[in-house]
Design a protein around this ligand. Structure first.
Ligand code: 5AD
Ligand code: SF4
Length: 437
């Protein structure tokens, strides 16, 4: 989501004369687009600001420094107080105001702190045309979250759940397709809770994510559609069916489960059980047998016993994931879990994380190796690490390498896979497809 937001900040700043550069050295404007979900996010921002302060001094104080994103939302005025190098602070729903705020800094008058929650106002104010950078693009369709998992800051920093209207999304989608984007990733903190307003289709009511995916496929131009991130509670029957009936929808589902223990899921306020999760995974696999599953896990949530952790390990063995993200639980100030009894000692968390990751990596490697001998379609995204090598991504989001020339960039090619490691697969070119326009 932050990568998407950064792209949109670039779009909003282009008409006033700003363009991207490789680093902060000598820049007219530096925007730190921050994420609050990771541990020690706030400290990282202050330490980054220390470095930027030196760069600003080299410009004689002319450089404008902005802090954007979720840390900006959470810290607000505190950032201005603690780091005078900062000229403005804007939350994730305010980045359309960047040009206006830059003008305020130049005028030395007006509000330098914007942390309102008006998501739709932001989308209305952003340029309808997108600038694209390569064949893969993000498209935000939904923001915010009402789930309030007890460990998570997102509902506080991104605000209440809100879906963009269908027509707005389609304008942006067409702009991406017309500029050669082949793979679009529909984004939202709770993307499968999508319920945007749109032209009436069959039946009454708001649109669902499944309808939006099928509609996006009809635009033509996109070979590949993905969505992230989803919640198990919102995997409705139609979305599961879409995995079977929409060929553009990639055979990949990132569905965070966080824990395999019902007791811990309840303490996390996840609103689903282990059985519900496993049932969803089973039904998605029925609809699309070659699907790859990904998930997020938290180990050492307050009160997690050895048995609770074993339940997580057991769930991992049952599902078999092709890629996963796992974290030690860490306190986020202001969230209910931070106040809970039974905080798990650090060394126990570390040991559990090692065991879980060893299992997940084993599964990831086995998944990659299972592609050896198969022909896999690959979207070429750029040069590889070695001379004469190109890189791309498979339908299952694997990194793929092969020998080929740069003219293949942006195309979908077939590769016969002959090698696989934990983090990538590689193979030989079978034949390049025509570029569809
Ligand atoms: N501690 C550890 N991991 C967390 N995540 C979110 N909040 C926390 C926290 N307090 C993880 C979850 C989520 C991912 C984006 O970050 O697994 O799905
Ligand atoms: Fe955070 Fe996701 Fe839970 Fe929402 S559903 S509170 S974003 S972990």
């Amino acid at each position: 989501m932050n990568m998407y937001d950064s792209e949109r900040m670039k779009d909003v700043l282009a008409p006033v004369g700003y363009g991207p550069v490789d680093g902060p050295e000598g820049a007219d404007l530096v925007v730190l687009n921050t994420c609050h979900i990771r541990e020690k996010a706030t400290e990282k921002v202050y330490s980054e600001l220390g470095k930027i302060k030196q760069e600003k001094a080299k410009t004689g104080g002319k450089m404008i420094v902005a802090v954007a994103g979720c840390v900006a939302q959470a810290e607000g005025e505190e950032i201005m107080k603690r780091a005078p190098v900062v000229d403005m602070v804007l939350g994730p729903q305010a980045y359309h105001k960047l040009p206006e705020m830059i003008a305020r800094v130049h005028r030395k008058s007006g509000e330098r702190l914007e942390t309102q929650f008006e998501t739709l106002e932001k989308f209305d104010a952003l340029p309808k045309q997108r600038s694209v950078d390569g064949p893969v693009a993000y498209l935000s369709v939904q923001e915010g979250c009402d789930k309030f998992c007890t460990f998570c800051v997102v509902p506080y920093t991104r605000g209440a759940e809100l879906s963009r209207p269908v027509d707005d999304i389609m304008i942006e989608a067409r702009s991406l397709a017309s500029q050669g984007v082949r793979e679009v990733q529909l984004l939202g903190q709770n993307v499968n809770a999508y319920h945007g307003a749109g032209p009436k289709l069959e039946g009454e009511g708001d649109w669902t994510l499944a309808q939006l995916i099928r509609h996006t496929a009809k635009i033509g131009g996109f070979d590949r559609i993905r969505y992230t991130t989803s919640h198990p509670r919102d995997m409705d029957d139609d979305l599961i069916a879409a995995h079977g009936d929409t060929p553009e929808l990639m055979p990949f589902l990132h569905l965070p489960v966080q824990s395999g223990s019902n007791r811990i899921l309840q303490c996390m306020n996840r609103g689903h059980t282990r059985e519900h999760y496993l049932d969803v995974m089973r039904r998605v696999k029925e609809a699309r047998p070659d699907i790859g599953f990904a998930s997020d896990f938290i180990v050492g949530f307050p009160g997690e016993s050895d048995q609770d952790f074993e339940d997580t390990m057991d769930l991992v063995r049952e599902v078999n994931f092709c890629i996963s993200y796992s974290f030690k639980y860490s306190e986020r100030p202001g969230t209910p879990a931070a106040e809970m009894f039974g905080q798990v000692p650090e060394e126990v968390k570390t040991e559990r994380l090692h065991r879980l990751q060893a299992l997940l990596w084993e599964q990831q490697t086995a998944f990659n190796k299972s592609k050896i001998g198969e022909t896999v379609s690959v979207l070429v995204t750029g040069k590889g690490r070695m001379p004469g090598q190109m890189a791309g991504r498979s339908p299952w989001l694997q990194s793929v390498y092969f020998d080929g020339d740069e003219s293949l960039n942006g195309q979908v090619v077939d590769l016969k896979i002959n090698h696989a490691t934990q983090n990538s697969i590689s193979g030989d070119l079978v034949g390049a497809k025509e570029v569809a326009v």
